[in-house]
Design a protein around this ligand. Structure first.
Ligand code: ADP
Ligand code: MG
Length: 290
């Protein structure tokens, strides 16, 4: 027979939108002492707005945006949605795209008006030996914005700064997890200054920035190598291997199917406080092992 306390907790979890796909993993959750959160869309809203545009050549800011919005109209990334919305708000018409290819974890490229257009991360720029220096870019980055660069035929023509906000619920999630003695960490493909800003706001114990999608799983291994039992929280296709590698994989909210299939637990609401709820409930149900 199922012990009463387990039956009760099963009902409690279901009622609260905590879908347990692997009960053994839920039982092991009582022994976790670290949580590794994905940043965009998990700790933050994942809803970007254009905070600034910098032109690096003789090109109006709106034209920089028109090239970028054309390309980004073909991408599903939260940054892409922010660029497209930014263009709409400014009344800028996105240029029609001839072909498109995603540069996973680094940006995307397209052919527009017969020219090669890319919108990419600072890490991509550096890796390709390109540089684009401007005091306004430094300022926008230092303010915690996500900065992407617009390249036309290998020339950086401008930069777009995008602002995302930390979810209000993340503050409580992190403070309650820390009270439980759980180390809170973050992994992101975004640049170091953005990661630092989010980590400082939330009081995270550690963070990993500029992590390419295939490297997220290595960060899970790195945390485990510190002798920690770690839960990974993510929503994207890119997070799936890390969800599998972690001691407890948690897919959040409106995550992708791949993330959901790779997870031990699915949080139906996109609320990071539910991570605390799961761990607390596991401890209450099975007792904390010493
Ligand atoms: P996260 O870890 O925040 O989910 P991703 O791995 O999806 O980040 O992306 C990492 C970085 O790659 C972004 O911060 C951005 O610089 C760049 N990037 C990815 N997709 C796009 C895109 N469609 N347009 C512009 N930049 C992108
Ligand atoms: Mg992501």
């Amino acid at each position: 027979a199922v012990p009463l306390v387990v039956a009760v907790s099963t009902r409690l979890t279901a009622q609260n939108g905590l879908l347990i796909r692997d009960r053994a993993a839920f039982e092991r959750a009582r022994n976790l002492n670290a949580v590794l959160f994905d940043k965009t869309g998990t700790l933050t809203e994942g809803r970007f707005g254009v905070a600034g545009i910098v032109s690096l050549v003789d090109m109006a800011e709106d034209e920089v945006l028109a090239w970028a919005a054309g390309l980004e109209s073909q991408s599903q990334h939260p940054i892409a949605q922010g660029v497209v919305r930014g263009a709409e708000e400014r009344g800028v018409t996105a240029k029609p795209v001839e072909s498109f290819r995603s540069l996973t974890g680094q940006g995307a490229e397209a052919t527009i008006e017969g020219r090669s257009v890319r919108v990419v991360s600072p890490g991509y720029l550096k890796a390709h030996g390109l540089s684009a220096d401007h005091a306004d870019i430094d300022r926008l980055a230092a303010e915690g914005n996500t900065v992407v660069f617009v390249l036309i035929d290998d020339e950086p023509v401008g930069a777009i700064a995008l602002a995302d906000v930390v979810r209000q619920e993340s503050f409580e999630a992190v403070s309650r997890l820390k009270e439980m003695g759980i180390q809170c960490m973050m992994v992101t493909g975004d640049a170091a200054p953005v990661a630092k800003s989010v980590a400082e706001k939330l009081g995270l114990d550690d963070y990993f920035a500029e992590v390419l999608p295939h490297q997220k799983v290595e960060k899970v291994r790195e945390v485990r190598a510190r002798g920690l039992n770690v839960a990974m929280i993510g929503d994207g296709v890119n997070d799936a291997p890390a969800l599998v590698e972690s001691d407890l994989g948690i897919a959040i909210g409106a995550g992708t199917d791949v993330a959901i299939e790779s997870a031990d637990i699915v949080l139906v609401r996109s609320d990071p406080r539910d991570v605390f709820a799961i761990l607390a409930l596991s401890r209450a149900t099975y007792g904390k092992m010493i």
